[in-house]
Design a binder for this molecule. Structure first.
Ligand code: WQD
Length: 339
């Protein structure tokens, strides 16, 4: 059974990817410092798959901790690296935390790959590297724009670190997945997005408003150059996103890469406005949402959605979960948190 390390595996994307990996026969080893997630997620993963992942409470930005753990857990062939600080707004307030955590973490992972002969890396990158693209849909060749936040900058810097590293380490294979907007939850309602405090992202704010936890959703601006004036994003279901990681691992395991670092846009290829997403939620759940239009949010881009043809062709992967199902899964997950 192939053994795979998932860093940040008790987080939103990490936990859903762990479930899909276990269901496809991988032995998953998780390291997480639990700074933004709970160990209870491990029990819920076990409820879904019947297997509780091996777990180490490890801060990947601490090289000694990571290496000690890997010495105790030999035989890992691949690593999916999610562990990072990811709140865009917070990164503006405390940039050094983001640079130290996200960049040291990646460097330690790369050094561990050499030390412990881990061949394959999937790196959690983000469409944020494209900023506000000139041309849409955005492809992997679209220009990388100056980062709008320290968080986004750490993604760009980390992609370049990996590029320089694999250049002189041809035995290391890497794929960077540039996520668009991950949304939804597992159909079992046993795992999902667990934002700490007031949600920054749209869908958890929608579900908390629908649940009465928040009084009203503020729609940040309707004066953009879009059909209904609200910003457009490419919202991708969390299960589809999880499966893109497995497709990336398979590509490297089967030595199908054309070079030992590749980038893939992981989205649906469709853009949706904020108002369209609100409407989709209301139609899927039958819940009327209380929202109001307010001013723009600092740092928001106007519109972005992916050209996913490269991932469709080369990874043999595409997003398949219907938006209605995604909305229902998000709503059922929110309700499960209130039981
Ligand atoms: C989506 C749209 C808001 C909340 C961020 C990160 C990105 C990635 C995904 C990590 C925007 C609008 C939101 C609200 C609103 N994360 N909105 N009211 O900003 O596109 O992307 O999360 O990789 O890197 O930048 O996602 O969900 O915050 O916003 O109107 O209460 O919803 O203006 O148009 P975003 P988001």
């Amino acid at each position: 059974m192939k053994k795979i390390l998932v860093t940040g595996g008790t987080g939103f994307i990490g936990s859903h990817t762990t479930v899909e990996l276990q269901q496809k026969g991988y032995q998953v080893v998780i390291v997480d410092n639990l700074s933004n997630s709970s160990a209870e997620v491990l029990d819920n993963i076990a409820k879904i798959t019947g297997v509780k992942p091996v777990f180490g409470k490890v801060d990947v930005a601490d090289k000694q901790q990571l290496f000690d753990f890997l010495k105790q857990n030999p035989g890992i062939e691949s690593v999916i690296h999610f562990a990072a600080s990811k709140a865009v707004g917070e990164s503006v307030q405390v940039p050094l935390k983001y640079y130290r955590n996200n960049i040291n973490g990646l460097i330690n992972i790369l050094e561990a790959m050499k030390e412990f002969k881990i061949s394959n890396l999937v790196f959690s990158s983000s469409c944020t590297v494209y900023g506000q693209p000139e041309k849409l849909p955005v492809t992997e060749q679209s220009p990388i724009q100056p980062a709008l936040s320290p968080y986004g900058n750490t993604k760009q810097i980390n992609e370049e670190i990996i590029r320089d590293f694999v250049k002189v380490n041809p035995d290391v294979h890497a794929i960077a997945l540039r996520y668009f907007n991950p949304i939804g939850a597992h159909p079992s309602s046993l795992i999902g997005e667990l934002p700490l405090g007031v949600p920054a992202n749209l869908v958890p704010f929608i579900t908390q408003t629908a649940a009465g936890i928040r009084q009203c959703l503020s729609v940040f601006g309707n004066d953009y150059d879009t059909p209904d004036g609200t910003p457009i994003r490419d919202y991708i279901d969390i299960i589809d996103l999880a499966n893109a990681h497995i497709a990336a691992i398979n590509r490297m395991e089967e030595s199908k890469q054309k070079q030992n670092l590749e980038f893939f846009n992981i989205g649906t290829g469709n853009g949706l406005s904020v108002l369209q997403l609100i409407k989709a939620f209301e139609e899927a759940t039958g819940v009327k949402l209380n929202y109001k239009i307010v001013g723009r949010r600092e740092g928001d881009i106007e519109k972005v959605w992916a050209d996913t043809s490269f991932a469709n062709k080369e990874l043999g992967w595409k997003a398949v979960v219907p938006l209605k199902e995604t909305m229902l899964n998000a709503w059922n997950w929110q309700k499960s948190l209130m039981k």
